[in-house]
Design a protein around this ligand. Structure first.
Ligand code: IMP
Ligand code: MG
Length: 179
């Protein structure tokens, strides 16, 4: 039986151990280092969920780069509301710059679609998506995701930045909800 944790009223079991996460983060960073050689990208991390991924990813990126943060929210409890609120907008000038969006997880894809739409209005030179996790079975929109560390089934997960109702972000492993 995998290690379990309790987050509020729910039990979760380890599904992706720290070693695997870090190996995939390093792989994605190496792809970015290769693809963006000679460029100075701006990483745009989507808070809150991506804060740990962004911190680990950026430390593996060897390019001269910047990072900035935006904050969006669509989830309430364990389901996407489909309605995305922008809580903290873009604070850097991305005009003409290569932008890499850093996201914790693409689920329905609605948050990312909204993010792309908003970002395009600021005329960046290019946009790529870099997500830690993707649930291909939940995707509702057509998204071109260039960098994806791991694909997972439709289950609800917590840890490594991802939360259940605000809790459970502060773990090194990723955990899946026990049925
Ligand atoms: P989307 O708009 O449905 O793609 O949802 C994206 C956002 O929902 C992510 O940035 C997460 O913050 C959150 N989310 C989606 N799936 C999960 C999950 O399994 N656990 C925790 N948060 C999730
Ligand atoms: Mg998120």
């Amino acid at each position: 039986m995998n290690k379990t944790i309790q987050v509020k009223d729910k039990t979760f079991a380890v599904s992706i151990p720290e070693e695997r996460i870090m190996a995939e983060v390093r792989r994605v960073a190496a792809e970015i280092n290769r693809d963006y050689a000679g460029q100075n990208p701006i990483f745009l991390a989507v808070l809150n969920g991506s804060f740990i991924f962004a911190a680990d990813l950026l430390r593996e990126v060897t390019l001269p780069c910047e990072i900035s943060f935006v904050r969006l929210a669509s989830y309430e409890g364990m389901g996407s509301t489909g309605e995305i609120r922008e809580i903290m907008g873009l604070s850097v000038d991305v005009t003409g710059r290569p932008v890499i969006i850093v996201e914790d997880i693409v689920d329905t894809g609605l948050t990312m679609a909204h993010m792309l739409e908003t970002l395009k209005r600021h005329n960046p030179g290019s946009i790529d998506i870099c997500t830690l996790l993707l649930k291909p079975g939940k995707l509702q929109v057509n998204l071109d995701i260039r960098y994806c560390a791991m694909q997972i089934p439709n289950d609800f997960i917590v840890g490594y930045g991802l939360d259940y109702d605000g809790f459970g972000r502060n773990t090194k492993d990723i955990y899946t909800l026990c049925s």
